[in-house]
Write a protein that binds this ligand. Structure first.
Ligand SMILES: [Zn+2]
Length: 179
């Protein structure tokens, strides 16, 4: 009788654990379909004005494609699995499509399964800036280029070690240069 009870209890425990795993994996999303309040410290590394790249919307429109403008200057999001770099495994560096600021290195890129290029760290912390984004009714940490304020994507706390962070970035915000 005791054995039956132990078996039943173990079964309950296992099903409970597996449903927890399912919930964790459903957090792998870049489009804000889940409600988390991130504990990431909001870091602001504002450059002095002389190092900033500032242009009017009209000037940006002249040098960017329509899609690049919508994502980088109007905080758009490209559809998953649609960009040039989500599955790029080449060694090299990722620069800002607007101002050529070095943003990410291939060494920190990982396969998040989300359809967007994902990195666990920026190339240099000072080269990107995090700002609070509550545009869709929840708090997310937006990642922007620290030189020209281009919208790049968002950062979440479900990334791999060593940082535990996932910088979920639009391919279209980036320009890859192979090493
Ligand atoms: Zn930039």
């Amino acid at each position: 009788m005791i054995k039956i009870f132990i078996c039943f209890f173990s079964f309950l425990l296992l099903s409970c654990l597996s449903s927890m795993e399912e919930k964790e994996s459903s957090l792998i999303s870049c489009n804000g379909n889940y409600n988390i309040v991130s504990k990431v410290d909001i870091k602001k590394f504002n450059l002095d004005d002389s190092s900033k790249v500032k242009k009017t919307d009209e000037e940006w429109r002249k040098i960017l494609s329509k899609e690049q403008f919508i994502v980088t200057r109007q905080s758009g999001t490209e559809p998953p699995f649609s960009g040039d770099y989500w599955n790029n495994k080449d060694k090299g560096n990722y620069y800002c499509v607007c101002c050529d600021n070095l943003l990410f290195l291939s060494e920190t890129k990982f396969n998040s399964g989300t359809g967007w290029p994902s990195f666990y760290a920026p190339a240099f912390e000072d080269n990107v800036k995090q700002v609070i984004d509550n545009s869709i009714g929840m708090i997310r940490n937006e990642v922007v280029c620290n030189k020209c304020d281009a919208h790049l994507g968002h950062v979440f706390e479900d990334g791999p070690l060593p940082s535990g962070l996932r910088y979920c970035i639009n391919s279209i915000s980036l320009k890859f240069k192979k090493e």
